[in-house]
Ligand binder design. Sequence first.
Ligand SMILES: Nc1ncnc2c1ncn2[C@@H]1O[C@H](COP(=O)(O)OP(=O)(O)OP(=O)(O)O)[C@@H](O)[C@H]1O
Ligand SMILES: [Mg+2]
Length: 419
Amino acid sequence: MHATSTLDTVPPPVTETPAKRTLLIVDDEEGPRQSLRVVFKDQYNLLIANDGTRAIELAKQNRIDVAITDIRMVGMSGVELLEHLKAVDPGIEVIMLTAYETVDTLRLALRLGACDYLNKPFDIATMRKAVSNAMERRSLGEEIRNNGQALQELQKELHNQRMEEEITRTRGEIYASIIHDINGPLTVISGFIQLMNQRIGNSGRIEGDDLDFVKDRLRTITRQVTNCIEISRRYLSFLRQDADEHPPVGVNHILADLRELVRVHPSIKENEFVIEPLAEDAVVRINGTDLIQILLNLAVNGFQCSPEKHSVKITGCRLPQPLELDGIVDGREERLINREGFKNIAPLLSLTVTDTGPGIPAEILPRIFDPYFTTKSANQGTGLGLNVVQRLTREAKAALHVRTRPGQGTTFTLYLPGN
Ligand SMILES: Nc1ncnc2c1ncn2[C@@H]1O[C@H](COP(=O)(O)OP(=O)(O)OP(=O)(O)O)[C@@H](O)[C@H]1O
Ligand SMILES: [Mg+2]
Protein backbone atom coordinates (compact mmCIF):
# COMPACT_ATOMS: atom_id res chain seq x y z
CA MET A 1 0.00 0.00 0.00
CA HIS A 2 2.87 2.36 0.76
CA ALA A 3 5.12 1.00 -1.96
CA THR A 4 4.97 4.29 -3.86
CA SER A 5 5.90 6.40 -0.89
CA THR A 6 9.51 7.57 -0.74
CA LEU A 7 9.62 6.12 2.68
CA ASP A 8 12.58 5.02 4.68
CA THR A 9 11.78 2.87 7.67
CA VAL A 10 14.00 0.74 9.78
CA PRO A 11 11.55 -1.63 11.46
CA PRO A 12 12.25 -2.47 15.06
CA PRO A 13 14.30 -5.67 15.42
CA VAL A 14 12.24 -8.76 16.15
CA THR A 15 14.03 -9.53 19.39
CA GLU A 16 13.47 -6.11 20.80
CA THR A 17 14.75 -5.57 24.32
CA PRO A 18 12.16 -3.87 26.45
CA ALA A 19 14.58 -1.06 27.27
CA LYS A 20 15.05 0.00 23.63
CA ARG A 21 12.89 2.99 22.88
CA THR A 22 11.36 4.20 19.65
CA LEU A 23 12.29 7.39 17.84
CA LEU A 24 10.29 8.77 14.93
CA ILE A 25 12.12 10.98 12.44
CA VAL A 26 10.01 13.13 10.12
CA ASP A 27 11.52 15.33 7.42
CA ASP A 28 10.71 15.85 3.78
CA GLU A 29 14.39 16.35 2.99
CA GLU A 30 16.54 13.30 2.45
CA GLY A 31 19.73 14.84 3.97
CA PRO A 32 18.58 15.44 7.55
CA ARG A 33 16.60 12.15 7.54
CA GLN A 34 19.71 10.20 6.71
CA SER A 35 22.01 11.99 9.13
CA LEU A 36 19.55 11.51 12.00
CA ARG A 37 19.26 7.88 11.04
CA VAL A 38 23.00 7.43 11.21
CA VAL A 39 23.24 9.17 14.57
CA PHE A 40 20.47 7.20 16.29
CA LYS A 41 20.22 3.83 14.52
CA ASP A 42 22.16 1.90 17.16
CA GLN A 43 20.55 3.54 20.13
CA TYR A 44 16.82 3.46 19.33
CA ASN A 45 14.29 1.66 17.19
CA LEU A 46 13.87 4.07 14.33
CA LEU A 47 10.76 4.91 12.36
CA ILE A 48 11.33 7.33 9.50
CA ALA A 49 8.68 9.23 7.54
CA ASN A 50 9.01 11.79 4.80
CA ASP A 51 5.71 13.53 5.47
CA GLY A 52 3.14 14.18 8.18
CA THR A 53 0.52 11.76 6.90
CA ARG A 54 2.89 8.82 7.01
CA ALA A 55 4.18 9.91 10.40
CA ILE A 56 0.64 9.83 11.81
CA GLU A 57 0.10 6.36 10.35
CA LEU A 58 3.30 5.16 12.00
CA ALA A 59 2.28 6.72 15.31
CA LYS A 60 -1.03 4.87 15.17
CA GLN A 61 0.68 1.55 14.46
CA ASN A 62 3.63 1.86 16.85
CA ARG A 63 4.28 3.03 20.32
CA ILE A 64 6.52 6.06 19.79
CA ASP A 65 8.50 7.62 22.60
CA VAL A 66 10.03 10.66 20.90
CA ALA A 67 9.51 12.28 17.51
CA ILE A 68 11.82 14.72 15.72
CA THR A 69 9.97 16.68 13.09
CA ASP A 70 10.91 19.41 10.73
CA ILE A 71 8.54 22.37 11.01
CA ARG A 72 8.56 23.44 7.38
CA MET A 73 7.45 20.53 5.23
CA VAL A 74 5.48 20.21 2.01
CA GLY A 75 1.85 19.38 2.81
CA MET A 76 1.32 19.06 6.50
CA SER A 77 3.48 21.38 8.59
CA GLY A 78 5.47 20.17 11.58
CA VAL A 79 3.21 22.15 13.92
CA GLU A 80 0.10 20.47 12.49
CA LEU A 81 1.80 17.10 12.78
CA LEU A 82 2.66 17.87 16.39
CA GLU A 83 -1.03 18.33 17.14
CA HIS A 84 -1.93 15.04 15.44
CA LEU A 85 0.81 13.12 17.25
CA LYS A 86 -0.36 14.47 20.61
CA ALA A 87 -3.89 13.44 19.72
CA VAL A 88 -2.72 9.87 19.01
CA ASP A 89 -0.69 9.71 22.22
CA PRO A 90 -0.41 12.74 24.51
CA GLY A 91 2.73 11.23 26.03
CA ILE A 92 4.83 11.43 22.82
CA GLU A 93 7.65 13.96 23.22
CA VAL A 94 8.21 16.03 20.08
CA ILE A 95 11.37 17.94 19.13
CA MET A 96 10.89 20.56 16.40
CA LEU A 97 13.55 21.30 13.79
CA THR A 98 13.49 24.90 12.65
CA ALA A 99 15.22 26.83 9.91
CA TYR A 100 13.83 30.32 9.68
CA GLU A 101 10.54 30.15 11.60
CA THR A 102 9.09 33.15 13.36
CA VAL A 103 9.09 33.36 17.12
CA ASP A 104 5.29 33.04 16.98
CA THR A 105 5.48 29.67 15.27
CA LEU A 106 7.92 28.42 17.89
CA ARG A 107 5.72 29.72 20.66
CA LEU A 108 2.74 27.97 19.13
CA ALA A 109 4.69 24.72 18.90
CA LEU A 110 5.70 24.93 22.54
CA ARG A 111 2.15 25.72 23.55
CA LEU A 112 0.95 22.65 21.67
CA GLY A 113 3.28 20.53 23.73
CA ALA A 114 6.59 20.40 21.81
CA CYS A 115 9.31 19.67 24.30
CA ASP A 116 12.24 21.33 22.49
CA TYR A 117 13.32 22.96 19.24
CA LEU A 118 16.68 22.90 17.47
CA ASN A 119 17.96 25.00 14.63
CA LYS A 120 18.92 23.44 11.35
CA PRO A 121 21.62 22.59 10.69
CA PHE A 122 21.97 20.96 14.10
CA ASP A 123 25.15 19.78 15.71
CA ILE A 124 25.14 16.14 16.70
CA ALA A 125 25.99 16.58 20.37
CA THR A 126 23.11 19.03 20.89
CA MET A 127 20.75 16.71 19.01
CA ARG A 128 21.80 13.70 21.09
CA LYS A 129 21.29 15.67 24.28
CA ALA A 130 17.86 16.91 23.16
CA VAL A 131 16.68 13.39 22.26
CA SER A 132 18.02 11.87 25.45
CA ASN A 133 16.28 14.59 27.50
CA ALA A 134 13.05 13.97 25.62
CA MET A 135 13.35 10.21 26.24
CA GLU A 136 13.83 10.88 29.93
CA ARG A 137 10.79 13.16 30.00
CA ARG A 138 8.79 10.43 28.29
CA SER A 139 9.86 7.85 30.92
CA LEU A 140 9.11 10.21 33.76
CA GLY A 141 5.72 11.13 32.32
CA GLU A 142 4.93 7.47 31.94
CA GLU A 143 5.99 6.70 35.47
CA ILE A 144 3.83 9.50 36.80
CA ARG A 145 0.88 8.30 34.73
CA ASN A 146 1.39 4.70 35.86
CA ASN A 147 1.75 5.73 39.46
CA GLY A 148 -1.31 7.94 39.17
CA GLN A 149 -3.27 5.07 37.69
CA ALA A 150 -2.03 2.62 40.31
CA LEU A 151 -2.92 5.14 43.00
CA GLN A 152 -6.39 5.59 41.57
CA GLU A 153 -6.92 1.85 41.42
CA LEU A 154 -5.70 1.50 44.97
CA GLN A 155 -8.05 4.26 46.08
CA LYS A 156 -10.95 2.58 44.31
CA GLU A 157 -10.11 -0.74 45.90
CA LEU A 158 -9.84 0.86 49.33
CA HIS A 159 -13.13 2.65 48.81
CA ASN A 160 -14.88 -0.59 47.81
CA GLN A 161 -13.37 -2.39 50.75
CA ARG A 162 -14.49 0.36 53.12
CA MET A 163 -17.99 0.33 51.64
CA GLU A 164 -18.19 -3.40 52.11
CA GLU A 165 -16.94 -3.21 55.68
CA GLU A 166 -19.40 -0.41 56.36
CA ILE A 167 -22.29 -2.45 54.93
CA THR A 168 -21.32 -5.53 56.95
CA ARG A 169 -20.89 -3.45 60.09
CA THR A 170 -24.17 -1.60 59.58
CA ARG A 171 -26.01 -4.85 58.93
CA GLY A 172 -24.50 -6.40 62.04
CA GLU A 173 -25.57 -3.38 64.07
CA ILE A 174 -29.04 -3.46 62.56
CA TYR A 175 -29.56 -7.12 63.40
CA ALA A 176 -28.34 -6.53 66.95
CA SER A 177 -30.61 -3.48 67.18
CA ILE A 178 -33.65 -5.48 66.05
CA ILE A 179 -32.97 -7.96 68.83
CA HIS A 180 -32.52 -5.09 71.29
CA ASP A 181 -35.76 -3.34 70.31
CA ILE A 182 -37.87 -6.47 70.10
CA ASN A 183 -36.55 -7.81 73.37
CA GLY A 184 -38.52 -5.20 75.40
CA PRO A 185 -41.97 -6.07 73.97
CA LEU A 186 -41.16 -9.80 74.12
CA THR A 187 -40.37 -9.52 77.84
CA VAL A 188 -43.70 -7.81 78.40
CA ILE A 189 -45.58 -10.37 76.32
CA SER A 190 -44.03 -13.33 78.09
CA GLY A 191 -44.59 -11.70 81.52
CA PHE A 192 -48.27 -11.08 80.76
CA ILE A 193 -48.82 -14.57 79.43
CA GLN A 194 -47.30 -15.90 82.65
CA LEU A 195 -49.62 -13.68 84.70
CA MET A 196 -52.66 -14.93 82.79
CA ASN A 197 -51.58 -18.53 83.28
CA GLN A 198 -51.24 -17.99 87.01
CA ARG A 199 -54.61 -16.29 87.23
CA ILE A 200 -56.69 -18.69 85.21
CA GLY A 201 -54.57 -21.80 85.64
CA ASN A 202 -56.58 -24.83 84.60
CA SER A 203 -60.02 -23.29 85.03
CA GLY A 204 -62.51 -24.57 82.48
CA ARG A 205 -64.40 -21.28 82.21
CA ILE A 206 -63.27 -17.69 82.49
CA GLU A 207 -65.79 -15.17 83.78
CA GLY A 208 -66.24 -12.06 85.92
CA ASP A 209 -63.06 -10.41 87.16
CA ASP A 210 -60.93 -13.10 85.57
CA LEU A 211 -62.40 -12.35 82.19
CA ASP A 212 -61.73 -8.61 82.60
CA PHE A 213 -58.21 -9.42 83.74
CA VAL A 214 -57.56 -11.59 80.69
CA LYS A 215 -59.10 -9.06 78.30
CA ASP A 216 -56.97 -6.26 79.71
CA ARG A 217 -53.77 -8.31 79.48
CA LEU A 218 -54.64 -9.41 75.95
CA ARG A 219 -55.01 -5.77 74.91
CA THR A 220 -51.53 -5.06 76.17
CA ILE A 221 -50.13 -8.15 74.51
CA THR A 222 -51.76 -7.13 71.22
CA ARG A 223 -50.22 -3.65 71.48
CA GLN A 224 -46.80 -5.17 72.13
CA VAL A 225 -47.12 -7.62 69.23
CA THR A 226 -48.06 -4.71 66.95
CA ASN A 227 -44.97 -2.92 68.22
CA CYS A 228 -42.79 -5.93 67.32
CA ILE A 229 -44.26 -5.96 63.82
CA GLU A 230 -43.66 -2.19 63.46
CA ILE A 231 -40.08 -2.60 64.65
CA SER A 232 -39.32 -5.34 62.14
CA ARG A 233 -41.02 -3.36 59.36
CA ARG A 234 -38.94 -0.32 60.22
CA TYR A 235 -35.67 -2.21 60.09
CA LEU A 236 -36.65 -4.04 56.93
CA SER A 237 -37.34 -0.76 55.18
CA PHE A 238 -34.02 0.57 56.49
CA LEU A 239 -32.17 -2.47 55.10
CA ARG A 240 -34.00 -2.02 51.81
CA GLN A 241 -33.03 1.67 51.95
CA ASP A 242 -36.54 2.86 51.23
CA ALA A 243 -37.04 6.58 50.68
CA ASP A 244 -37.00 8.26 54.05
CA GLU A 245 -39.64 10.95 53.56
CA HIS A 246 -41.98 10.66 56.51
CA PRO A 247 -45.48 12.00 56.75
CA PRO A 248 -45.84 14.36 59.71
CA VAL A 249 -46.84 12.70 62.99
CA GLY A 250 -48.74 14.21 65.91
CA VAL A 251 -46.53 14.31 68.99
CA ASN A 252 -49.26 13.90 71.59
CA HIS A 253 -50.48 10.73 69.89
CA ILE A 254 -46.93 9.35 70.09
CA LEU A 255 -46.67 10.30 73.75
CA ALA A 256 -49.96 8.50 74.51
CA ASP A 257 -48.67 5.35 72.77
CA LEU A 258 -45.41 5.63 74.64
CA ARG A 259 -47.25 5.85 77.97
CA GLU A 260 -48.93 2.51 77.22
CA LEU A 261 -45.62 0.85 76.38
CA VAL A 262 -43.72 2.23 79.37
CA ARG A 263 -46.56 1.55 81.84
CA VAL A 264 -46.07 -2.20 81.49
CA HIS A 265 -42.30 -2.21 80.99
CA PRO A 266 -40.52 -4.38 83.59
CA SER A 267 -37.88 -1.73 84.29
CA ILE A 268 -40.40 0.82 85.63
CA LYS A 269 -40.65 -0.98 89.01
CA GLU A 270 -41.56 1.39 91.87
CA ASN A 271 -40.23 4.45 90.10
CA GLU A 272 -42.33 7.49 89.36
CA PHE A 273 -43.17 8.09 85.70
CA VAL A 274 -44.66 11.29 84.32
CA ILE A 275 -45.50 12.24 80.75
CA GLU A 276 -46.61 15.81 80.10
CA PRO A 277 -48.21 16.15 76.67
CA LEU A 278 -47.84 19.37 74.69
CA ALA A 279 -50.38 22.04 75.62
CA GLU A 280 -50.97 22.44 71.90
CA ASP A 281 -50.29 19.38 69.75
CA ALA A 282 -47.58 19.72 67.10
CA VAL A 283 -46.39 17.64 64.17
CA VAL A 284 -42.86 16.47 63.45
CA ARG A 285 -41.27 14.77 60.46
CA ILE A 286 -40.02 11.46 61.80
CA ASN A 287 -41.23 7.91 61.53
CA GLY A 288 -43.63 7.50 64.49
CA THR A 289 -42.17 4.14 65.56
CA ASP A 290 -38.68 5.65 65.45
CA LEU A 291 -39.74 8.45 67.79
CA ILE A 292 -41.38 5.98 70.18
CA GLN A 293 -38.21 3.84 70.14
CA ILE A 294 -35.96 6.82 70.90
CA LEU A 295 -38.10 7.93 73.84
CA LEU A 296 -38.61 4.38 75.07
CA ASN A 297 -34.87 3.61 75.10
CA LEU A 298 -34.16 6.89 76.93
CA ALA A 299 -36.95 6.28 79.44
CA VAL A 300 -35.84 2.69 80.11
CA ASN A 301 -32.28 3.94 80.72
CA GLY A 302 -33.79 6.50 83.09
CA PHE A 303 -35.52 3.76 85.08
CA GLN A 304 -32.48 1.47 85.06
CA CYS A 305 -29.92 4.08 86.12
CA SER A 306 -30.40 3.44 89.83
CA PRO A 307 -31.83 0.73 92.09
CA GLU A 308 -33.05 3.50 94.42
CA LYS A 309 -36.55 4.84 93.88
CA HIS A 310 -36.39 7.84 91.56
CA SER A 311 -38.43 9.48 88.82
CA VAL A 312 -38.45 9.78 85.05
CA LYS A 313 -40.29 12.59 83.33
CA ILE A 314 -40.99 13.23 79.66
CA THR A 315 -42.01 16.70 78.47
CA GLY A 316 -42.34 18.43 75.13
CA CYS A 317 -41.94 22.01 74.00
CA ARG A 318 -42.23 23.98 70.75
CA LEU A 319 -39.23 26.20 70.00
CA PRO A 320 -39.88 29.19 67.72
CA GLN A 321 -36.13 29.84 67.22
CA PRO A 322 -33.35 27.63 65.85
CA LEU A 323 -30.92 26.21 68.40
CA GLU A 324 -27.78 28.22 69.30
CA LEU A 325 -25.37 25.43 68.48
CA ASP A 326 -22.22 27.44 69.24
CA GLY A 327 -23.26 27.65 72.88
CA ILE A 328 -23.20 23.85 73.20
CA VAL A 329 -19.70 22.50 73.70
CA ASP A 330 -19.05 18.80 74.24
CA GLY A 331 -17.52 18.50 77.68
CA ARG A 332 -17.63 16.73 81.04
CA GLU A 333 -21.34 17.28 81.59
CA GLU A 334 -22.85 17.71 78.15
CA ARG A 335 -22.73 16.41 74.62
CA LEU A 336 -24.57 17.02 71.39
CA ILE A 337 -25.23 14.24 68.90
CA ASN A 338 -25.60 14.92 65.15
CA ARG A 339 -24.44 18.54 65.22
CA GLU A 340 -23.48 18.37 61.51
CA GLY A 341 -26.54 16.57 60.16
CA PHE A 342 -29.06 18.49 62.27
CA LYS A 343 -31.73 20.39 60.30
CA ASN A 344 -31.75 23.37 62.66
CA ILE A 345 -34.70 25.19 61.17
CA ALA A 346 -37.43 26.68 63.37
CA PRO A 347 -39.99 25.81 64.51
CA LEU A 348 -38.31 22.96 66.35
CA LEU A 349 -39.84 20.55 68.76
CA SER A 350 -37.91 19.51 71.84
CA LEU A 351 -38.71 16.38 73.81
CA THR A 352 -36.87 15.86 77.09
CA VAL A 353 -36.44 12.71 79.13
CA THR A 354 -35.21 13.60 82.61
CA ASP A 355 -34.30 11.30 85.45
CA THR A 356 -33.38 12.04 89.04
CA GLY A 357 -30.77 9.26 89.10
CA PRO A 358 -27.04 9.38 89.86
CA GLY A 359 -25.94 11.08 86.59
CA ILE A 360 -23.32 9.84 84.12
CA PRO A 361 -19.64 9.93 85.17
CA ALA A 362 -17.54 12.27 82.97
CA GLU A 363 -15.18 9.40 82.03
CA ILE A 364 -17.92 7.38 80.39
CA LEU A 365 -19.99 10.22 78.89
CA PRO A 366 -18.05 10.20 75.58
CA ARG A 367 -18.68 6.45 75.21
CA ILE A 368 -22.35 5.99 76.03
CA PHE A 369 -23.46 6.08 72.37
CA ASP A 370 -20.87 3.50 71.26
CA PRO A 371 -22.38 0.17 70.22
CA TYR A 372 -22.13 -2.47 72.97
CA PHE A 373 -20.95 0.02 75.58
CA THR A 374 -22.68 -0.79 78.82
CA THR A 375 -22.04 -0.52 82.53
CA LYS A 376 -24.78 -3.03 83.25
CA SER A 377 -24.38 -6.74 83.89
CA ALA A 378 -24.50 -9.07 80.87
CA ASN A 379 -28.12 -10.10 81.35
CA GLN A 380 -29.25 -6.52 82.04
CA GLY A 381 -27.81 -4.52 79.17
CA THR A 382 -26.50 -5.04 75.66
CA GLY A 383 -25.18 -1.49 75.28
CA LEU A 384 -27.24 -0.92 72.15
CA GLY A 385 -30.06 1.30 73.43
CA LEU A 386 -28.29 4.63 72.94
CA ASN A 387 -26.63 3.46 69.74
CA VAL A 388 -30.10 2.88 68.29
CA VAL A 389 -31.14 6.31 69.59
CA GLN A 390 -28.12 7.91 67.91
CA ARG A 391 -28.83 6.24 64.56
CA LEU A 392 -32.51 7.16 64.58
CA THR A 393 -31.63 10.74 65.56
CA ARG A 394 -29.29 11.03 62.59
CA GLU A 395 -31.84 9.54 60.22
CA ALA A 396 -34.43 12.08 61.35
CA LYS A 397 -31.92 14.95 60.87
CA ALA A 398 -32.60 15.68 64.52
CA ALA A 399 -30.12 16.49 67.31
CA LEU A 400 -29.81 14.94 70.74
CA HIS A 401 -28.41 16.82 73.69
CA VAL A 402 -27.43 15.18 76.93
CA ARG A 403 -26.76 17.07 80.13
CA THR A 404 -25.81 15.24 83.28
CA ARG A 405 -24.83 16.29 86.79
CA PRO A 406 -23.32 13.81 89.23
CA GLY A 407 -25.81 13.11 91.98
CA GLN A 408 -28.56 15.15 90.34
CA GLY A 409 -29.62 13.15 87.33
CA THR A 410 -29.57 13.30 83.56
CA THR A 411 -31.61 15.03 80.89
CA PHE A 412 -31.68 13.90 77.27
CA THR A 413 -33.28 16.41 74.90
CA LEU A 414 -34.26 15.48 71.38
CA TYR A 415 -34.59 18.43 68.98
CA LEU A 416 -36.77 17.58 65.99
CA PRO A 417 -37.27 19.66 62.88
CA GLY A 418 -40.94 20.64 62.68
CA ASN A 419 -41.61 20.93 58.97
N1 LIG B 1 -30.05 8.06 82.28
C1 LIG B 1 -28.86 7.51 82.50
N2 LIG B 1 -28.25 7.67 83.70
C2 LIG B 1 -27.04 7.12 83.94
N3 LIG B 1 -26.34 6.41 83.02
C3 LIG B 1 -26.89 6.22 81.83
C4 LIG B 1 -28.16 6.76 81.49
N4 LIG B 1 -28.42 6.43 80.21
C5 LIG B 1 -27.36 5.71 79.78
N5 LIG B 1 -26.45 5.58 80.73
C6 LIG B 1 -25.16 4.87 80.61
O1 LIG B 1 -24.92 4.61 79.24
C7 LIG B 1 -24.69 3.21 79.03
C8 LIG B 1 -25.17 2.84 77.64
O2 LIG B 1 -26.58 2.92 77.54
P1 LIG B 1 -27.34 2.05 76.46
O3 LIG B 1 -28.78 2.35 76.56
O4 LIG B 1 -26.68 2.24 75.15
O5 LIG B 1 -27.04 0.57 76.88
P2 LIG B 1 -27.58 -0.20 78.16
O6 LIG B 1 -28.74 0.53 78.76
O7 LIG B 1 -26.42 -0.45 79.05
O8 LIG B 1 -28.07 -1.57 77.54
P3 LIG B 1 -29.37 -1.78 76.62
O9 LIG B 1 -30.00 -0.44 76.39
O10 LIG B 1 -28.82 -2.34 75.36
O11 LIG B 1 -30.22 -2.71 77.34
C9 LIG B 1 -25.42 2.55 80.17
O12 LIG B 1 -24.89 1.28 80.44
C10 LIG B 1 -25.17 3.54 81.31
O13 LIG B 1 -23.90 3.35 81.87
MG1 LIG C 1 -30.35 1.13 77.54
